[in-house]
Design a protein around this ligand. Sequence first.
Ligand code: WTA
Length: 647
Amino acid sequence: MSDDIFPVSEALKQSSYADNQRYLSLYQQSIDDPDGFWGEQAKRLSWSKPFSKVRNARFTPGDISIKWFEDGELNACVNCVDRHAKATPDKVAIIWEGDDPTQDKKITYAELLEQVSRLANVMREQGVQKGDRVIIYMPMIPEAAYSMLACARIGAVHSVIFGGFSPNAIADRVIDSKAKMILTADVGHRGGNLIQLKQNVDKALERDGTDSVEKVLVLKEAGNDNPWSKGRDLCWQDELAKASAECAAEAMNAEDPLFILYTSGSTGTPKGVVHSTGGYLLYAALTHHYVFDYHEGDIYWCAADVGWITGHSYIVYGPLANGATTLIFEGVPTYPDVRRIGQVVDKHQVNILYTAPTAIRALMAKGDLPAQDSTRSSLRILGSVGEPINPEAWHWYHDKIGNKQCPIMDTWWQTETGGVMITPLPGATDLKPGSATRPFFGIQPALLDADGNTLEGAVDGNLVICQSWPGQMRTVWGDHERFEQTYFSTYKNYYFTGDGARRDDDGYFWITGRVDDVLNVSGHRLGTAEIESSLVAHPAVAEAAVVGYPHDIKGQGIYVYLLPTDGTEITEELTKQVRQWVKDDISPIAAPDLIQWTHGLPKTRSGKIMRRILRKIAANEYEQLGDTSTLADPSVVDALIDNRKNR
Ligand code: WTA
């Protein structure tokens, strides 16, 4: 932990929405009088029917219920599009920068309204109604945002699937959500590669149980001849051309689900995180406003993918609700080469850049090259999200990308929280590299020990949140019991984040990482159980244990211990095959980095795998194995260590 402090600049103190005094007073108000605070903030949205009640939430065991603005009505699409199309029709809503650096375009709010309305009409004509689920499996193109907003317009619940996920992962999500329609494209472009999205959808829909899907709307990007399922597949361009450009928006209750986003947990299959229309939108908008200090005319770029929550809240809903200009980037920071981020910043005169530590570390490995051939002088504020940012990467980002001129907002939050929870504010918070600093308005974090005792002062503990906030997830799709189990059973009356954190003498939070069996690989969340279940489905694998280990670029790498089935001959080829198996089954992001075959796993006498030991071995920390006395067969550990050392 460094003692470096980067004080707020005088300029930002003056020009930003909140200096430290204002942060402190607004924060206090948000905690003392949440109803008053959020009732007032909610005025930034347009409500078709005003709410009379702000908050109705309880974390009571057996009766978890979270509601905000429960009798109010609004439409998220109207809030993100119509009101700006009316007030500032010619303002650019979306700047799109293609994977190919010669490709870009700008979409005004008026154009956005037209595109979204046409698409919404097509979906309605195809029988999609309020409450139906629609899957979006798209490249990072403006149509991905149109799709989300069109669903919101007609009250359909979208579920975006990251374009890197495999057919199996798509099928799982179709089956769980019982989606009626899929919006996709024939191909996507990323880092110079073609991704066969439509083919993946076709394959997914071969699986049993996916017949809820009636229609697949396909954007023809490459114009290639995919097999076409007559009666099911529709051409995006043809259908939109026929559709009306006017579409009445559904009035939605504030508590109606806006979307489902699947994310990994420590057990079982990915769960469908459900976010609401009113509370979520307000929280995304307010955090975007304050954390990035978004002012009229700013060009804002969040370099995440819309397949993740960061893309939902900070490419689409937050910025558009605020009438901002948001940049959608199709490519990756390293294509055509590592100078790309700086070049995009200069080309579009980006003022605010929000990206992830894994991208920063990948660039940092290339020294000064990423900062060559660009000035990045338009930048004012930088952001970081997804995993702890190590001080070295923080400094590199600050010095090379930000020219030592821009504060870094290290934002801690989760898919479940809907928006940023612990974060600096540009004009208010002195920065310490590696610390997410202080809670956002309305957020009351606490640190607990393993027995649930609240810890005071400068201390390490398990991070919980004491009170509901508007952006909080409402339930797990179709499984409220699992919602309660996962987040409210470890510590009664608290929301448990699954993260550990340290609080320092100044009350700043330093997130130390997951304390459960969730991995964070290049900012992507993966459950060890999910990867293990994929591995044991391979005929050569009898048993599998997956742990994370420190990785220079990815933050965490995936370390796999495998027990072969009887008679299996272990070869390089087999190891390769197993790696490919996981890629095909889940996604390339879940591919094991290191695979170790073994003839025994460390288990307790009751048969439970001792992951703590496996983590230490994977991290090359043999001296700190801790208590091994409960092992059924301690010799297993020595064999594993010998094997690890020989790699
Ligand atoms: C981790 C991404 C440290 C954390 C928005 C959390 C972070 C998980 C930070 C959620 C940060 C996210 N510092 N750790 N600034 N931001 N995390 O759901 O472990 O993909 O629980 O949401 O990422 O990942 P998710």
